[in-house]
Design a protein around this ligand. Structure first.
Ligand SMILES: [Zn+2]
Length: 65
């Protein structure tokens, strides 16, 4: 018996809001931004505003500081 490699249907649509770390569904996200070729979604316009203020900081969360 084998299992498909596709993501679970209840998880595939969720992305992480880079500002607050919350999981959001792109279909219902309050705001969206594109930066450096990547699309980000946000739980609220407040988080999107924070991203706009410093997109480099949030657009590269893996960068240690
Ligand atoms: Zn947020």
């Amino acid at each position: 018996m084998t299992y498909p490699n596709e993501p679970r249907s209840d998880e595939k649509a969720l992305v992480t809001d880079p500002v607050c770390g919350m999981k959001v569904d792109p279909a219902t996200a309050a705001a969206r931004r594109e930066y450096d070729g990547t699309t980000f979604w946000f739980c609220s316009t407040g988080c999107a505003d924070a991203f706009d203020a410093d997109p480099h900081r949030y657009g590269h969360p893996q960068t240690a500081d």
